[in-house]
Design a protein around this ligand. Structure first.
Ligand SMILES: [Zn+2]
Length: 54
């Protein structure tokens, strides 16, 4: 099962989670604040995310 890296935009927590490919549409809840709404997927899109509009 592959491990993916995520970043919670709400509290800036980076964390890793195992996910099946078919579960990639679901965001795992942040281990710090418990919210999944602001969780960003951090693989090849990492650099694009860093240049996002604030
Ligand atoms: Zn969080």
């Amino acid at each position: 099962m592959p491990m993916y890296e995520f970043l919670c935009q709400a509290c800036r927590k980076r964390f890793e989670a195992f996910q099946h490919l078919e579960e990639r549409v679901h965001r795992p809840p942040c281990p710090r604040c418990g919210s999944a709404r602001r969780v960003e997927h951090l693989i090849s899109s990492f650099y694009a995310k860093t240049s996002r509009k604030a």
